[in-house]
Write a protein that binds this ligand. Sequence first.
Ligand code: NDP
Ligand code: OXD
Length: 312
Amino acid sequence: MTINILFAAKAERWTGYEAPLTRALTDALPGREFKLATDLPPEEVDYIVYAPNSDLQDFAPYTRAKAVLNLWAGVEAITGNETLKIPLARMVDFGLTQGMVEWVTGHVLRYHLGLDIDITRRDAKWEPRDQPLARERGVTIFGLGALGQAVAEALVGLGFDVSGWSRSQKAVEGVRCLHGDTGLTEALQRADIAVLLMPDTPATQNVINAETLAQMPKGAFIINPGRGPLIDDDALLAALDSGQIAHATLDVFRVEPLPDDHPYWAHPRVTVTPHIAAATRNGTASEVIAENIRRSEAGEPLLHLVDRDRGY
Ligand code: NDP
Ligand code: OXD
């Protein structure tokens, strides 16, 4: 029987996915017939390859569908969808992970080395300064999941004093793994540079607030490629103005695109990037999707299943 796979993402994504997804499905399902399309009768669809910003928001008519396979790592825009009753898998993709490692490492090194001082200097002042080694710089990764762990390992490789904070206890070589409410204070105190890589859930919203910002070392840096709601924006702006936080690099926001009049745009101690930290890569992501369809057809458990109650 033909496996019908609906590609439900913005139309412009189809051009990039059609060929690699077809190739990956052909490799993963030898001898099986499949149909991959952007439009199929809902009652005939077996799998939905999905982006939360697609027009598909009502899953009720997809009575035969076995799983929704998300093209994004973040699932906050779909976990609350009451019409979704079937398993939901999120994206864990080599390309996405590597992209995040490179983006975070670049911004950590920018802060660690004080690169802005030299890049923006125009006053002809020759002012040598001491450069601490990475091992003298505490970096805390808030969120030690697929992305956080990879980032932590890369920073350990560069010699940083890396801590990580998660909901449950983790073990990552070279990383001081802290967790839960009891681990939060130490995680904050060790964060000369804080990297936020948690999902947006009711439990993580505003985790960076006036109280937690005050527990970080004075003059700390914040890098947020996680999600906008992790930060209480007013509290961060106040901490930037007081010097408690020296600078923030923000890739994600409560409202995207970030509105023209948002104070982050003009703030001298904020760098805004337009949600570009890491993108799902068509080729590697297609292999992840195809592998999950193969698993489902073989009666094996899906990879990267979302716990809808936990929200990630
Ligand atoms: P994972 O689900 O693999 O990891 C999430 C981590 O956050 C886990 O370590 C988890 O703890 C921790 N966490 C969740 N809730 C809490 C909590 N209440 N307290 C403490 N820790 C918590 O996600 P990924 O690493 O794959 O992705 C992380 C996020 O990065 C995505 O949800 C998305 O928002 C963002 N993202 C941003 C991109 C960009 O371009 N800006 C690109 C891709 C992703 P535990 O391990 O105990 O479960
Ligand atoms: C994602 C993202 O969640 O790009 O994949 O933010």
